[in-house]
Design a protein around this ligand. Structure first.
Ligand code: NDP
Length: 332
């Protein structure tokens, strides 16, 4: 086993609140891999909107102190007992795990895979959680087919840009929304066929113009509270509204009869519900990596923030200042 320090840098919260509750520490105990776990020295830590939900308390943290983070890329430095799925010390891996806002994470081997040799680790680091979310949704929440008209809100966000790239690859007609002209351009570059700047343009009108008044057969809405009604309005008859997040706040309870006029379907999926087994996880990761390598997809990295500046990163994400992926560098 490589010689390991006793303490590490990391970020914890001891109460919920604004970015100021994020505490950067330099003396946290190194975690120990238990059965089925690997210990990973993180190179890059992915920031996701869900981290802000745990920080604010929208999703209550299970205990305090609580370490945020759901994904990272790094090197296996130790292994625990039990099934390691072929992973060993020295392997470069990407993984989905709790407690990744740190130099080291003890993660379940079942939710980690080797970074393919021909893939830039930074792309892998930024692809996993948001790329898998986009992929599972376009396969299972609504199976998107070539020629389908789909609406993607926050198309220039981290998940939004993966949706654009993957939907383009499957041949969908993509109408995206974004709040600035710069974001509009980024989403177009990623594959959005049409974009609407929803800070001043009428989304429903544009959708109806483009679809000959039919509407979109699927709407992917991670914005939540502020766009839910609009999403329902933009849906085609027999369409599917995939409401997958709360960037603007949680969607209030919905009266089921609102789905009746269009015989619409409404889903509130979570990535972690689609990749419960190793087989599901590995299957989707392989498919995502194939797409990335064959279609030359990219993680549009907004910025790599020093871990010590995590509060600035959260502020930027919640302040709608970002496009693409935010990463943390735990060495700084
Ligand atoms: P993004 O990078 O997409 O950032 C959020 C974007 O939402 C912003 O850039 C902004 O884009 C838009 N937005 C609109 N209104 C607001 C608001 N009031 N406050 C903040 N942002 C707003 O983040 P992620 O890709 O990490 O996540 C996107 C959504 O997907 C989130 O709701 C997240 O919870 C969800 N998600 C759900 C998963 C699941 O399993 N269900 C998994 C992964 C993500 P603009 O300025 O263009 O409006």
């Amino acid at each position: 086993m490589a010689s390991l320090p006793k303490t590490m840098k990391g970020v914890v919260i001891e109460k919920t609140g604004g970015p100021d509750v994020l505490q950067y520490k330099t003396d946290l105990p190194l975690p120990n891999p238990s059965s089925g776990q690997i210990l990973v020295k993180n190179d890059y830590i992915g920031i996701n909107f869900i981290d802000t939900y745990f920080r604010t308390g929208l999703y209550p943290p299970p205990q305090y102190p609580y370490m945020l983070g759901r994904e990272s890329e790094g090197t296996v430095v130790a292994t625990g007992e039990g099934e390691m799925y072929g992973l060993k010390e020295g392997d470069k891996v990407v993984m989905l795990s709790e407690s990744t806002y740190a130099e080291y994470t003890a993660a379940h081997a079942a939710k980690a895979v080797k970074v393919p040799k021909d893939m830039d680790p930074k792309i892998g680091a930024g692809a996993l959680l948001q790329g898998l979310t986009a992929l599972t949704m376009i396969r299972e929440s609504y199976h998107v087919n070539k020629g389908d008209w789909v609406l993607v809100h926050a198309a220039a966000g981290g998940t939004g840009l993966w949706l654009c790239q993957l939907l383009k690859a499957v041949g969908a007609n993509i109408i995206g929304t974004a709040s600035t002209d710069d974001k509009v351009e980024r989403a177009k570059k990623a594959g959005a066929t049409h974009m609407v700047n929803y800070s001043h343009e009428d989304v429903k009108q544009k959708v109806m113009e483009l679809t000959n008044n039919a509407g979109c057969i699927a709407v992917f809405d991670g914005v939540g509270k502020s766009t839910f009604d609009l999403s329902l309005d933009c849906l085609a008859r027999k369409g599917t509204l995939v409401s997958f997040g709360n960037a603007s706040g949680a969607v209030p309870p919905v009266t089921i009869s609102r789905l009746t006029p269009k015989c619409a379907k409404l889903l509130r999926p979570a990535l972690f519900g689609y990749i419960v087994t190793r087989e599901e996880f590995e299957g989707y990761v392989n498919e995502l990596f194939d797409f990335i390598l064959k279609e030359k997809m990219d993680t549009a990295i907004h910025e790599v923030y020093p871990l010590s500046e995590v509060a600035r990163a959260h502020g930027d994400l919640e302040g709608r200042k970002t496009s693409g992926k935010l990463l943390l560098d735990p060495s700084k």
